[in-house]
Ligand binder design. Structure first.
Ligand SMILES: [Zn+2]
Ligand SMILES: [Zn+2]
Ligand SMILES: [Zn+2]
Ligand SMILES: [Zn+2]
Length: 95
């Protein structure tokens, strides 16, 4: 019997298509079809790609596709920009 790669106590019933881990039903996210570890590191905006960082306004994890890098260390998601919650030019130095 194979045990879950995450909790290592329950029998594994599913295989995550992203990381290949074998997981039990408790550690599988049925909505996204991936294991819990991948679900937590997936883009929370589109849910299609692994996240590369988080939006500094809404705090959601986002992928390369959904985040726009605004400084060397921070990102804002496209949704926050579309909703006018962040103005792209505000971070630029005026000096
Ligand atoms: Zn488990
Ligand atoms: Zn996984
Ligand atoms: Zn995304
Ligand atoms: Zn955002």
């Amino acid at each position: 019997m194979k045990v879950c790669d995450i909790c290592e106590s329950k029998p594994a019933k599913y295989k995550c298509p992203v990381c290949g881990r074998y997981v039990c039903e408790d550690d599988f996210d049925f909505n996204k079809g991936v294991c819990k570890v991948c679900s937590e590191t997936m883009c929370e905006i589109c849910g299609k790609y692994p996240s590369i960082g988080y939006c500094m306004i809404c705090g959601r994890n986002g992928c390369e596709d959904c985040l726009i890098q605004v400084t060397p260390v921070s990102y804002v998601c496209k949704e926050c920009i579309r909703q006018g919650r962040y103005r792209l030019e505000t971070w630029q130095s005026i000096s």
